[in-house]
Ligand binder design. Structure first.
Ligand code: AMP
Length: 113
């Protein structure tokens, strides 16, 4: 398995993990785009958002619950934060194992560009 985020989930390569449970891992982004930039991944390998199927509905909902936990832990919940998942090339997806970005600690621009 050559997926870099599977390797992080399996502890085969290091990451600054800030939260983990049975189904997900959350860790600091290597190249942060905001004062807070955390990635939440499922331990299950899913390549892109297009590969999310009905059986994953609870897992995806759980990822958003983890995002809330991370936002509270990082104290950006009340100020506001952005969650996003890129899909394929034109959206900027560069790692093909789905990940929910949690960004905060500064004012977010819209449109995101
Ligand atoms: P995306 O462009 O939406 O696929 O996001 C991939 C994110 O993963 C980028 O923000 C990268 O900085 C981040 N990233 C890539 N490799 C690692 C790594 N080994 N540890 C932490 N973050 C990473």
């Amino acid at each position: 398995m050559s997926c870099i985020f599977c390797k992080i989930a399996n502890k085969e390569i290091p990451a600054k993990i800030i939260y983990e449970d049975e189904h997900t891992v959350a860790f600091e982004d290597l190249n942060p785009q905001a004062p807070v930039h955390v990635l939440i991944i499922p331990k299950k390998h899913i390549s892109t958002p297009l590969d999310i199927h009905t059986e994953d509905n609870a897992l995806i909902g759980h990822m958003y619950q983890v995002a809330n936990t991370v936002a509270k832990e990082k104290q950006i919940d009340k100020r506001g934060f952005r969650t996003l998942m890129n899909c394929n090339k034109e959206a900027g997806q560069s790692v093909f194992h789905i990940h929910l970005h949690v960004l905060g600690g500064r004012v977010m621009m819209w449109p995101p560009g």
